[in-house]
Design a protein around this ligand. Structure first.
Ligand code: AMP
Ligand code: MG
Length: 376
């Protein structure tokens, strides 16, 4: 984990500088209510198969008795230093205990192995996730379907795109194969959210069906991080990206809004728009440029149309959603990508979320509320 820290503020606490030698004093400023020292910590690491970037603004109250200051200062510093690692622990636990379909012993793994007759007892968390997922599944007409496991594994695009590099020309020679139509048809027989039953907190998954929460995992991660940050009084604000989902939390010491860029789907490192967000929000993007392989000029990406079993071809190449809930923003970004512009906008609006959708010819479709969030 790479971490950097910057001290942003302070009144008479040059005192602290002896104890906190690694901190860089970069600016003198005073935040809104009272005077506080605010430290900026940035970190970059990997978890859940993706890059995690954290920027945390951690405050140190100055209303301490002088005698206690040094000791408390050290404790506060220890707490602040430990925060990025706690965020990483939270993500690794989520992956290792609940979400991964690959790791033996996770809840998803156990559900996928469970006896269709006996069912499997759902944790409170998983019950909550599935409740929200089922609403998006229903309102999207099945465009988001977390029972697509058999089909997504057949394509295995995530592994190909990661292992070989998206631009690998010899990808076919190296072994990537388009699944046969017969295999896709067989895979589709084992999918369909309507076929699973949840009764009295037990899930009954039909024989052959498997859950894949890849479409919502990063958003769930943002919700879990938010819950963690809410218990950390010293955190004034944070912006944390988990792959295609970004969480903003609290406020920036300079009083400005959080700025989150919408990636240009064809020009890496360029942004089509900058969103200006305040407080806790989650921004999720699903795009055909994130994970794909190209074979004979055709791009096979990782977002499947549950009706056909092939990569979705709705006319969109990117879908970004802003919502108060990470799970919802992630679920909706996938569903909108599959549905296309018109139905996607209506779906996002029906959940009170904002959408920024990009078509094949770089045409932009937005909900009314999204327009107000765009800085440029
Ligand atoms: P995202 O990048 O959030 O759109 O999620 C894509 C991931 O979700 C894929 O890597 C698959 O694991 C899974 N997935 C693909 N298509 C769908 C779909 N239509 N509904 C639910 N999950 C999907
Ligand atoms: Mg998603």
């Amino acid at each position: 984990m790479k971490c950097h820290k910057k001290k942003r503020v302070l009144r008479k606490n040059l005192f602290y500088m002896g104890a906190v030698v690694t901190v860089l004093l970069t600016a003198m400023a005073v935040t809104g209510c009272g005077r506080e020292a605010v430290e900026k910590i940035t970190c970059s690491d990997t978890a859940m198969g993706t890059v995690i970037q954290q920027t945390l603004y951690v405050r140190e109250s100055e209303d301490r008795e002088a005698d206690d200051r040094e000791e408390e200062g050290r404790e506060a510093q220890d707490d602040a230093d430990a925060l990025p690692a706690r965020v990483m622990d939270c993500l690794n636990d989520l992956e290792a205990q609940i979400l991964s379909w690959r790791l033996e012993g996770t809840e998803v793994y156990e559900i996928n192995q469970s006896d269709p007759e006996a069912g499997y007892p759902l944790s409170e968390k998983m019950s909550g996730y599935l409740e929200c997922i089922s609403q998006v599944w229903e309102k999207s007409g099945g465009a988001l379907d977390v029972t697509l496991g058999e089909v997504t594994r057949l394509w295995n695009i995530d592994a190909w795109a990661q292992g070989l590099g998206a631009e690998e020309e010899a990808i076919g020679e190296l072994g990537f194969q388009i699944p046969s139509q017969a295999a896709i048809a067989r895979g589709l027989e084992d999918t369909g959210f309507e076929k699973l039953r949840i009764e009295e907190n037990r899930i009954y998954l039909p024989e052959g069906m498997s859950l894949d929460l890849g479409a919502v995992g990063k958003g769930i991660a943002c919700d879990e991080i938010l819950a963690l940050l809410e218990t950390q009084e010293q955190v004034q604000g944070a912006v944390i990206s988990v792959g295609g989902s970004v969480l903003t939390y609290g406020s920036k010491p300079d009083g400005n809004c959080w700025k989150v860029g919408i990636q240009h789907p064809r020009e890496s490192g360029e942004y089509l728009a900058i969103l200006s967000l305040s407080g806790s929000k989650c921004v999720s993007t699903s795009g055909d440029y994130e994970r794909y392989v190209e074979l004979e000029g055709i791009r096979y990406h990782h977002i499947m149309d549950p009706e056909t079993g092939y990569p979705a071809d709705s006319g969109l190449i990117s879908a970004t959603i802003v919502s108060d809930s990470g799970l919802l923003s992630d679920a909706l970004s996938t569903a909108c990508f599959v549905l296309g512009a018109e139905k996607g906008l209506a779906l996002a609006e029906s959940f009170g979320a904002e959408a920024y959708l990009i078509g094949k010819d770089m045409e932009i479709y937005m909900t009314e509320g999204m327009k107000a969030l765009i800085l440029r």
